[in-house]
Write a protein that binds this ligand. Structure first.
Ligand code: CMP
Length: 146
């Protein structure tokens, strides 16, 4: 079904010049970019976004990293967009991610794993994350020609 999902090129992706590559891969797959924001995440937003990991031993490290530099927050739309993006990202730990996936092609570090996408097994995570980062009027509706 047609849905929107939240995707973020993390600070390591921006630092390494991989933002364009991420956008290109998702565009070429046929997903439609409907929102994008190049921004710096502050402490509060980081703690909200990663709230479900608040009790994990790596939480502080996670917040520190995601606030360490600019990110590109995006909303992508398409058929089963959340699951499609998860497949294209590869396993959370880049060391386990299959070659051909974004993490499998560009990373080895679990903490700095290049890209975030909403969890498709967490019902409503996509809309919750979109709402956290975007106002509805920052999302655009249009037809792609393909
Ligand atoms: P992400 O999909 O953004 O959601 C939570 C993040 O926590 C995950 O990507 C990883 O980058 C990070 N993460 C998960 N497990 C660990 C860990 N053991 N140590 C450090 N970071 C982790």
């Amino acid at each position: 079904h047609d849905e929107r999902t939240f995707v973020m090129a993390k600070p390591d992706a921006v630092q390494r010049g991989l933002t364009g590559e991420i956008v290109t891969r998702l565009e070429e797959r046929g997903l439609k970019l409907v929102g994008a924001k190049f921004m710096q995440i502050d402490q509060k937003l980081a703690e909200q976004h990663y709230g479900e990991h608040a009790d994990k031993p790596f939480f502080d490290e996670l917040v520190e990293f995601i606030t360490s530099g600019p990110v590109m927050a995006m909303v992508w739309q398409g058929a089963d967009a959340t699951r499609q993006v998860r497949q294209m990202m590869g396993a959370t730990d880049p060391a386990d991610a299959a070659p051909g996936t974004i993490r499998g092609d560009y990373g080895l570090d679990l903490g700095q794993n290049i890209i975030h996408g909403s969890d498709h097994e967490d019902e409503g995570a996509n809309e919750r994350e979109i709402e956290l980062f975007f106002d509805e009027d920052e999302l655009v509706e249009y037809e792609r020609s393909d």
